[in-house]
Design a protein around this ligand. Structure first.
Ligand code: IPE
Ligand code: IPE
Ligand code: MG
Length: 247
């Protein structure tokens, strides 16, 4: 059975390994986070080049607040700087920027800048770039359930009618193509509470490369790896082969 070459429509990345990258250079962890910006530019370029429609990056998890105050502060400063510096370039490239997660936790100046960048790039269609900040997959499922419950309370939805589609429609990124490829850099093989619902049938790609070293060639290798997978969605290999011959 030959695999059809395929470009994932939607890629998500857990950008992990900044701290270890910095440690190896005897520098503070924030040095690694700063270095990670180049890798973000690389994957955005790579996705534009390969024709990927949506890229979702895990920048700050709901659990990352537990890090030392100094590191959290450095990350917030980095987000602000990156927003100010990169939005023009992203806009010029036709990238639509969106922040996903519980944004209420961020202070007003940062939130306003996020909203402004989203509004400014809202009409772009080349690539949907979603940056997950204060995001957790369990939070996402809970907020979808809360929305459904509110619809029940308003009398717009029957509790008995709640099914997978009801929640799917209320999850973050529901308007984008389904998640095809989930990449994690930095060598750990876990999801760390990223896109739990959306990753149900994503292909997983783990690499030891630390995030600041991740470049377009690494992205290309991940996409090639994805192209070699057989996505059976519960069916048999024979059924899949039959569909391919028909198609
Ligand atoms: C990922 O790199 C970036 C964030 C979580 C913000 P880490 O900071 O987790 O780097 P390691 O895993 O400690 O090397
Ligand atoms: C996941 O990385 C979060 C981000 C990359 C933003 P972590 O480094 O926080 O995850 P754990 O602690 O290894 O699970
Ligand atoms: Mg880490």
């Amino acid at each position: 059975m030959t695999s059809t070459p395929a470009i994932p429509r939607h890629i998500a990345i857990v950008m992990d390994g900044n701290g270890r990258w910095a440690k190896a250079r005897h520098r503070p962890r924030s040095f690694g986070h700063n270095a990670g910006r180049k890798a973000v530019r690389e994957v955005v370029e790579g996705c534009l080049r390969e024709g990927v429609e949506a890229l979702t990056l895990f920048a700050f998890s709901s659990e990352n607040w537990q890090r030392p105050e100094e590191e959290v502060g450095a990350l917030m400063t980095l987000f602000l700087r990156a927003l100010d510096k990169e939005t023009d370039e992203l806009h010029a490239q036709g990238v639509r920027l969106r922040f996903v997660g519980d944004l209420a936790a961020f202070d007003a100046p940062l939130r306003e800048r996020m909203q402004a960048a989203m509004a400014r790039t809202g009409g772009n269609v080349k690539l949907h770039l979603n940056v997950a900040v204060n995001y957790g997959g369990r939070w996402d499922i809970a907020q979808a359930a809360r929305q459904a419950a509110a619809a029940v309370a308003r009398g717009e939805l029957q509790a008995e009618a709640i099914d997978e589609a009801t929640l799917a429609a209320r999850m973050c990124l529901a308007d984008l193509p389904p998640l095809d490829l989930f990449i994690r850099t930095g060598g750990e093989c876990r999801l760390s509470n990223f896109l739990l619902w959306q990753a149900a049938y994503a292909e997983l790609h783990f690499t030891d490369t630390l995030w600041p070293d991740f470049d377009q060639a690494c992205l290309h290798r991940a996409i090639e790896d994805y192209g070699r997978r057989d996505r059976r969605y519960g069916r048999t290999g024979e059924q899949l082969a039959a569909t391919r011959t028909q198609g």
